[in-house]
Design a protein around this ligand. Structure first.
Ligand code: PGA
Length: 235
C-alpha cells in the first residue's frame, strides 16, 4: 500500500529532520514493507537519510528563472527529489490554481519523469447536488491529465473532508473509488481526515490502494501506526 504524509505548512527543517529520523527508526526496526511518501514544506527539504520517498508539495514548472516566491526544478534536484503533489485542493481553492495551470504543471513534470500524486475531489456543494453533478465535477479534473502515465498515483480527497474531521462513509468511498478506477489504473489513495482510528478500515476497502494523510500525519507515532496497519492488512 501507499501511505503518504502531506505535512503542508508545518514543521521547520529541524523538526522535519527529527520527524524523518524517527520515522526511519520505525521503518528499519518494524520491517514493514509499504510505499511511504513524505511531502515536507518546501523550505524544510533537505538531503534526508530515509528509505521513504520524499516529494515536493509544489514546484513551478520551470528549471529556474524570474518567478518570485516560487521554486524550480533546480531546487528539487539539489535534494534528488523526483516526486511531486499536483492538484491538491488547497492549491486549487486557496491559491487559485486553475485547471489549465494544473494540466500544464502535470505535463511538465511528466516529461521529466516525476512520480506525480495527482489530487481530485469535490467541494460540499457539488456532493450535495447529487451524484451526477459530483461525478461531472470530478471528471473535469481528469481532463488534460494523462491518466495512463506510468508514474501516476491518484488521490481522491473530498474537499469537505480535508482537515474537518468529516469523512464519507466506507460505502461512499468504495463506490467513488470503484468509479474512479474506471478512469485510470493508477493506484488510488483516499485522503481527507484519515486518522489512526479510521485508517485501517479505509485501507481495507476495495479499490483503495492507500491513504494521503494531512494533520494526523504530523504526529510521527500516528503516521507509523497507519503504516503498521497497512502492513497488517497485507499479511
Ligand atoms: P487532512 O488532510 O488529513 O488533514 O484532512 C489531507 C490532505 O489535505 O491531503
Amino acid at each position: 500500500m501507499i501511505i503518504a504524509a502531506n505535512l503542508k505548512t508545518n514543521l521547520t527543517r529541524v523538526q522535519t529532520g527529527e520527524y524523518i529520523a524517527n520515522l526511519e527508526t520505525f521503518l528499519q526496526t518494524s520491517g514493514v514493507k509499504q510505499d511511504v511518501y513524505i511531502f515536507p514544506a518546501i523550505s524544510s527539504l533537505d538531503s534526508f537519510q530515509t528509505s521513504a520517498c520524499v516529494g515536493a508539495q509544489n514546484c513551478y514548472p520551470t528549471k529556474n528563472g524570474a518567478f518570485t516566491g516560487e521554486i524550480g526544478v533546480d531546487h528539487l534536484d539539489e535534494f534528488g527529489i523526483k516526486t511531486i503533489l499536483i492538484g491538491h485542493s488547497e492549491r486549487r481553492h486557496i491559491l487559485g490554481e486553475t485547471k489549465e495551470q494544473i494540466a500544464a504543471k502535470f505535463e511538465y513534470f511528466k516529461k521529466l519523469g516525476y512520480t506525480i500524486v495527482y489530487c481530485v475531489g469535490e467541494p460540499l456543494e457539488k456532493r450535495e447536488a447529487g451524484e451526477a453533478v459530483m461525478m461531472e465535477y470530478i471528471d473535469a479534473q481528469y481532463k488534460g491529465i494523462d491518466t495512463a502515465y506510468e508514474k501516476l498515483i491518484i488521490a481522491y480527497e473530498p474537499v469537505w473532508a480535508i482537515g474537518t474531521g468529516l469523512t464519507p462513509s466506507s460505502e461512499d468511498i468504495k463506490n467513488i473509488h470503484t468509479k474512479l478506477k474506471e478512469k485510470s489504473n493508477a493506484p488510488l489513495l483516499y485522503g481527507g481526515s484519515v486518522k489512526v482510528n479510521n485508517a485501517k478500515e479505509i485501507m481495507a476497502l476495495e479499490n483503495v490502494d492507500g491513504v494521503l494523510v494531512g494533520s494526523a500525519a504530523l504526529h510521527v507515532e500516528d503516521f507509523a501506526q497507519m503504516i503498521a496497519d497497512a502492513q497488517h492488512l497485507e499479511s
